[in-house]
Design a protein around this ligand. Structure first.
Ligand SMILES: NC(=O)c1ccc[n+]([C@@H]2O[C@H](COP(=O)([O-])OP(=O)(O)OC[C@H]3O[C@@H](n4cnc5c(N)ncnc54)[C@H](O)[C@@H]3O)[C@@H](O)[C@H]2O)c1
Length: 362
């Protein structure tokens, strides 16, 4: 049986017949993110902090537990480093005890403010060891070190995945990440905040593509250990992202500029040659499609409708029936656009234990 650490992967693993234990201390995650799984016979939710040892019988571990947005990881930087480092030690200890395969959700932040573009896995990075982002960047770098040392020293079966910017439904509305920030500001009709000139670039991957990459990596032969970049190589400026959000919401929010935070990388773009070769993987979801799903999620979460979805609803509304003596005209016609159901995948991770009943390869 496997162990995983993310509601998103928990959804996917339950769907393929695994038994899943989702472990989360709810520091940034919520029960709401896994509510749709709570009655599932092969799913179990456990409140636990990975900074403490965990004793379970599992055969896969997906170690995603860590605050990941600057607002969250800078709120308690010491706890952030502990989560990455002690969390890795505890999960690796568990994997060693039960002989489980273990996947680490590492990050493009291990490249810091990179001087090589796009970033291949053999680039060692350009990282500030004592800045305000270091708790996250260096914590994740140390976790990678631990993974590779457990592999070399204890022959542990490891998979290290470097995730680039990922977005999608079930993101936290106040986590300060650029996609959620822009969408929430646009839906509320508030000014959209750009840091610096807005010319810094990012590459955004939709959560379903990430999960497909995780499942593929976990299903590889034992000699595939990584690190493997999983991200979208299509690069765009932060200003272009803001413009896409305005276009897709129809919002008239203005763009305002604020000083760039310390250590904010100017350019971020994955080289995914290795993922293509080893996993036959590349992202499939286009930005507009992924943003559309994410906007629909935030509309439903916040109880707000964008000018664009109101216009669409009005356009697809059932036309009013001509009045007859017997049938009075309704005062308003209900919009024909039904509430959109959210995709299974979720963004906020936790820690999960799985049992693969079907023995299905990812
Ligand atoms: N989303 C991205 O763009 C991105 C990019 C690179 C790497 N990652 C990595 O993917 C993982 C998930 O990121 P996310 O964006 O979904 O973040 P998130 O904040 O939405 O999810 C993190 C989850 O970990 C839980 N958690 C935090 N500390 C914990 C602890 N000590 N014990 C148990 N649970 C704990 C939180 O409650 C939350 O459910 C993280 O490890 C992150 O570093 C994400």
């Amino acid at each position: 049986m496997p162990v995983s650490s993310a509601p998103t992967s928990a959804s996917s693993c339950s769907a393929r017949g695994d038994e899943v234990i989702c472990v989360d201390n709810f520091f940034t995650g919520t029960r709401r993110n896994v509510e749709h799984l709570l009655g599932h016979p092969r799913f179990e939710l456990m409140r636990h902090d990975v900074c403490f040892p965990l004793y379970l019988e599992v055969d896969e571990i997906w170690n995603f537990a860590c605050p990941a947005s600057p607002v969250h990881y800078q709120h308690d930087p010491v706890q952030t480093t502990k989560t990455s480092v002690h969390g890795a030690i505890n999960m690796l200890g568990l994997a060693k005890r039960v002989g489980a395969k273990i996947l680490q959700a590492s990050t493009s932040e291990v490249y810091g403010d990179p001087q090589v573009h796009p970033q291949p896995e053999d680039y060692w990075g350009h990282v500030n060891p004592n800045g305000i982002r270091s708790c996250y960047d260096e914590g994740k770098r140390c976790a990678e070190t631990l993974f590779f040392d457990y592999h070399r020293q204890h022959r542990l079966r490891i998979k290290v995945m470097r995730i680039f910017n990922t977005y999608g439904p079930r993101m936290h509305p106040n986590d300060g990440r650029v996609v959620s920030n822009f969408i929430v500001q646009a839906l509320k009709g508030e000014a959209i905040t750009l840091y610096g000139s807005g010319q810094q670039t990012r590459s955004f991957q939709y959560v379903d593509d990430l999960i497909r990459g995780c499942m593929k990596l976990m299903g590889t032969a034992d000699d595939v250990v990584g690190p493997v970049n999983i991200g979208n190589p299509v690069e765009l400026t932060v200003r272009e992202l803001a413009e896409a959000v305005l276009r897709l919401t129809g919002s008239r929010s203005e763009l305002v500029y604020r000083p760039l935070p310390h250590d904010d990388p100017m350019q971020r773009c994955p080289d995914i040659t290795r993922a293509r070769r080893l996993l036959d993987w590349e992202p499939r979801i286009q930005l507009e499609e992924g943003l559309g799903e994410t906007i629909a999620y935030f509309e439903s979460l916040l109880g707000l409708r964008s000018p664009r979805s109101m216009a669409l609803a009005a356009r697809t509304a059932v036309p009013a029936v001509a009045p007859t003596a017997a049938a009075p005209v309704p005062a308003t016609v209900p919009p024909a656009v039904a509430q959109r159901s959210l995709p299974e995948a979720v963004c906020a991770p936790a820690v999960t234990t799985l049992e693969n009943e079907a023995g299905v390869a990812a």
